[in-house]
Design a protein around this ligand. Structure first.
Ligand code: MG
Length: 237
């Protein structure tokens, strides 16, 4: 899993340098697919339940599962990039949201709060905690900053399958859910809206957008629970 996740982290390092005004989401997809296959790995989202691309590209009010297209990014957009890699029998899954050029103050705050919320969730991914301790840490931090967490999509267990039990919601009560045990591997992934939490699905059957049109951000890491604390696999050391 560490090897699959390392490839996820490496793609994001490349994308951080690549994302700028005028690049199309299709060009991003082509790069991601060629990078992953050059590592003798497979882009896990391609063909997953019929998803047509190697990366989900969700721009501005799009929450998750945006499909790459000829759309060109503009200065001030934000783009969420979600990537899964399959390598030698195991999966890795991660997401980041990047500004395109200079984003405005609300967008910058949204990105910061969402990434911080992810790390607060990971900080609770500790043996002996309950699963929803992760969820509660994310929700309380996000709502304390005036934003909302999406309810209809959640994080998940991951390993030999892309999506395994348990579900990892970004909302919930402290002290509830299954006990966290050594060796569990979780994809923790807050999706945060600047406005209300409700989302809708576009006619393409995939793209989730905020119901009120507000901006949305998404950060995700695959994390292993060890007796030394949470180990972030989708991060270059
Ligand atoms: Mg995921």
């Amino acid at each position: 899993m560490a090897e699959a996740c390392r490839i996820v982290a490496e793609v994001f390092e490349e994308l951080k340098r690549m994302i700028e005004p005028d690049i199309s989401t299709k060009e991003i997809d082509q790069f991601v697919e060629s990078f992953i296959t050059s590592k003798k790995a497979y882009p896990a989202f391609k063909g997953y339940r019929g998803f047509p691309a190697s990366v989900c590209t969700s721009v501005n009010n799009e929450v998750v599962h945006g499909i790459p297209s000829s759309r060109r990014l503009k200065e001030g957009d934000i783009i969420s990039l979600d990537i899964g890699v399959y390598y030698r029998g195991f999966y890795g899954d991660g997401a980041i949201t990047l500004p395109v050029g200079e984003a405005d103050a609300t967008a910058r705050k949204l990105l910061m709060v969402t990434e911080d919320a992810l790390y607060r969730g990971i900080g609770n991914a500790i043996i002996g905690n309950r699963l929803l301790d992760i969820s509660h840490a994310i929700q309380s931090y996000v709502e304390g900053n005036g934003f909302s967490v999406v309810r209809s999509f959640v994080g998940h267990g991951i390993g030999r399958e892309l999506h395994e039990e348990p579900q990892v919601p970004n909302f919930g009560r402290k002290g509830e859910g299954p006990l966290l045990r050594e060796g569990m591997t979780l994809a923790i992934e807050p999706m945060v809206n600047a406005g209300g939490w409700e989302v809708e699905i576009l006619d393409d059957g995939w793209t989730a957008v905020t119901k009120d049109g507000s901006l949305s951000a998404h950060f995700e890491h695959t994390v292993a629970l060890t007796d030394n604390g949470p180990l972030i696999l989708t991060k270059l050391s």
